[in-house]
Design a protein around this ligand. Sequence first.
Ligand SMILES: Cc1cc2nc3c(=O)[nH]c(=O)nc-3n(C[C@H](O)[C@H](O)[C@H](O)COP(=O)(O)OP(=O)(O)OC[C@H]3O[C@@H](n4cnc5c(N)ncnc54)[C@H](O)[C@@H]3O)c2cc1C
Length: 544
Amino acid sequence: VNKFSFKDRSKNLKKIKSDFYDIVVVGGGITGAGVAREASLRGFKVCLVEKSDFSTGASSKSSKLAHGGLRYLENFEFDLVAEALNERQHLLRMATHMVRPLSFLVPIYKGDRVGWWKMKAGMLLYDLLCAFRAPKLHTSLNPKKVESSNSNLKTEGLKGGFVYYDAYMDDDRLVVETLRSVSDKIDVASYCEVKEVKSSADKKDKAEKDEALKGVELSCYDSIEDEEFKIKAKHLISCVGPWTDTFGKIIDDSWKDKMRPSKGIHLCVKKSLLGLETAMVMAADKSKRILFCIPRKDFDIVGTTDTDYNEDLDTVRSNDDDVSYVKKVLSEYFPKIDIKDGDILSTYAGVRPLIHDGSSNESKVSRNHRVFNVDEKPITFISGGKYTTYLSMAIHAVDKAVNSNKKLLSSAENIKAKRRKLFVGINTKENQKLALVKIKSLNLDWSTDSINDFVDNHGAQSYSFITENLDKTYLQTEASVAIEHYCCGHLLDFYERRTSWSLSRRFTDEKNIKEVGLEFKNQLGWSENFLNQEIENLQAFLRS
Ligand SMILES: Cc1cc2nc3c(=O)[nH]c(=O)nc-3n(C[C@H](O)[C@H](O)[C@H](O)COP(=O)(O)OP(=O)(O)OC[C@H]3O[C@@H](n4cnc5c(N)ncnc54)[C@H](O)[C@@H]3O)c2cc1C
């Protein structure tokens, strides 16, 4: 099991500043993580820089579903759905503690835009497109069965329903796990923003080109050390998702906008509110949208919206209109429930990196990804796509880079990565069970819930994580593991992305935050002032 420690940041940066890389990856969301992994497994020398924490962008703001996307069937995007369903199966096998099967109830009402038979055809097609390899195949339910599956549901006009299967995941953690799976091969630094890019193709004259740097030179800003530095590489792969047009303009003065960013928000509600036993699909009134209610361990997620977004990508937030829209759809499906402000634990908002395809409205924009080069420059962009398809997107991006820069990238082995091996071997269900048995034999002073949560969070690695931290409480151990193995350097990153406690508001009282904070202080050598500032930042975020 690779370590991926925040304590190695300075060491990594020292290398990043002095080495010459085959490929530099910009952006530490799921696309960048997948590309860096793919490239390094093919034998290339790789580094990755991310301007904030890993998965700060869309990759921690998704609906957290590894799915084919039932609704894209209506747009006839069968190839996209089939590819995503295929990738869902790989993820289910590869990351058993982060990607898990989930059943979805689809109630059908009289007058619904998608009626019984059309939905039935969709269900059949969904099973067919994954070659009947879903966790389970769909079933039809009569109205009584739908009613009994959730007593809060609207019953008026109920014609019956369907149950089908997809998967849910920890989007933020999977990014870090993907990077960790190759952390012994690549050099990575978060909190480093690429501000400027020079490339060999910038020189006009051929002789001058040959003399000039081979590849790219990036000027970066390290916001933790407050210093600038340079990275040199033969090729750059941009994985900046929604920031593609912003980054494109840094690279190319004549850049033409390619993106149609679309905002989506989610509400995290108390578990007791909806009484969900399965996930649920809700059709938003008369529009072609569907929203999900998704049960998580200690809260339920409801979302999402889909609205064009042209504001600041670094400060995207849900507003009153977004929240009212989701609440309205919920009230239509759960008319007996009176949703009070206190039932909503938190909200989160993200921007989809969609490629502009001229669609009449944002919901119709294709979720396909695009890979392209910038003129003659040794620079490849990948954008768009879905989280679920990140491994196959990575293959396309690295193929494009290699094929367009044969002169510089021919030295590496360029062997197609054994991508199916990501977490296999450490996270089988048997391994997880064994870890639980071994942890119980340690007679820890932890509650049963904490032990179960820990194994749930870390899978088969939980036992070795605990033995590294034997004298610690549950909270101290989670914090220590996040620092050492999930490259976490800030309290907010820990609460927002290494755990989902800022969403569920678990362990967010002052005493718990202090306990976690002290572990960070001890491990990372923070001053008392710095700790207080970190606590203040986290509390301000929780209040916002
Ligand atoms: C509301 C919503 C719901 C979704 N639901 C699902 C779902 O259920 N299932 C699914 O499969 N997909 C879903 N998606 C889509 C999925 O989340 C995205 O396609 C995916 O996360 C995009 O990943 P990315 O790495 O390309 O972009 P991002 O995750 O946004 O990563 C880009 C990174 O680049 C960094 N960056 C930008 N500029 C620079 C720079 N100059 N220097 C260094 N770093 C830089 C950013 O900080 C960011 O971390 C959803 C998306 C949204 C918004």
